[in-house]
Structure formats: C-alpha cells, structure tokens
Write a protein that binds this ligand. Structure first.
Ligand code: GNR
Ligand code: NI
Length: 171
C-alpha cells in the first residue's frame, strides 16, 4: 500500500468530471487500498479518487475509524450513484482538499445509493447522518464539486484566499 499525495484547491483536477470505472480489477483494488491508507493517514472519513489526481469514479469512506475503540469499517465504491434522497441535514463540513476551512452545508438527510464494491458486485444501501453527508460529499468530488461550492460566495472566496496564502512558497 502507499500513501498518495492529496491535491488541494484550486487545483484544476479537482474541478474535472471523473470517468466511470469499466472494470473492477486488481489495479483498481490497489487504488482503493492506497486511497484508504491515504484517508486513514490524513486522517479523514472519506476520499474520492480525483483528490489523489485519478479521474475515476471511485470513493472510499470510513466514518467509524475516527471514533476511539471502534473497528475499521471501510466502504469501497466504484461508480456510486444516489437513487433516492429525502429531507435536509446541516453538517459542519471540512475537506482534505480545502484544509483548515470548515463551514456548514445543507444536504439530504437520507439517501439510497448504489455502486460496485471492491469485487465488482453491485450493492445498494441506505444511509443517514454523517454517512449520508460523507457519501454526498464524495460523489460531489467525482463531479468536480467541492463543499465550498455549496456555501455563500463570500465564504467561498474567504476559503480560497486562505488556500492561496497557504500555498505561497510551495512549488
Ligand atoms: O475527513 C472529512 N471529513 C468530513 C467532515 C464532514 C463532512 C465531510 C467530510 S469528508 C472529509 C474528507 C474529504 O475531504 N473527503 O473528500
Ligand atoms: Ni472532500
């Protein structure tokens, strides 16, 4: 396994639409494993392939591992899709690609989703709470959308200005 470099805004690769996965093979499973290791190391509760510079519709999620004493419960999904959604939930979000900036986002409170698991089998499931929030956040990444695209323009510019300042001096 390997820890991958996480891209940060305003990298243009974060704004691209990722391509559907055509085959879940060993190479894709290696990408999933590397993404999971990268997410755990960050640490984060989710990661989408575009964040590590791979324009494929692949996400990993584990909303449990941050809780002390809980076992890892990783979810690997290729071509995730939301089938149904209901209600509204407000959550203070952050993103590994927009470090050190947090803001409340309104999302669907409940979702029914499907995708391919790490063996290429189609799975469907329901989610609410933080899992529903994280799933919507990760699918957004596959469509080139960041959580700051859901907040007011003023706050978004603030976040991007902060990023610019931070990136100064980097190569
Ligand atoms: O680690 C993360 N935490 C988080 C908190 C609230 C809502 C969404 C997230 S996802 C984020 C990791 C990340 O950037 N995934 O794309
Ligand atoms: Ni993110």
């Amino acid at each position: 396994m390997a820890i991958l470099k996480i891209l940060t805004a305003p990298d243009k690769r974060l704004k691209q639409i990722a391509q559907p996965v055509t085959k879940v093979d060993d190479a894709l499973r290696k990408l999933m494993d590397d993404m999971l290791e990268t997410m755990y190391a960050a640490p984060g509760i989710g990661l989408a392939a575009p964040q590590v510079g791979v324009a494929k519709r692949v996400i990993v999620i584990d909303v449990e591992h941050v809780r002390e004493g809980s076992l890892p419960q990783p979810i690997f999904l290729a071509n995730p899709e939301i089938l149904e959604q209901e209600g509204e939930i407000r959550w203070e979000e952050g993103c590994l690609s927009v470090p050190e900036f947090f803001s409340e986002v309104v999302r669907s409170a409940w979702v029914r989703a499907k995708g391919l698991n790490r063996y290429g089998q189609e799975v469907a499931f329901e989610a609410e709470g933080i899992l529903a929030v994280c799933l919507q956040h990760e699918i957004d990444h596959l469509n080139g959308v960041l959580f700051i695209d859901h907040i007011s323009r003023l706050k978004r510019e603030l976040a991007l200005a902060k990023m610019k300042k931070k990136n100064k001096g980097d190569d």
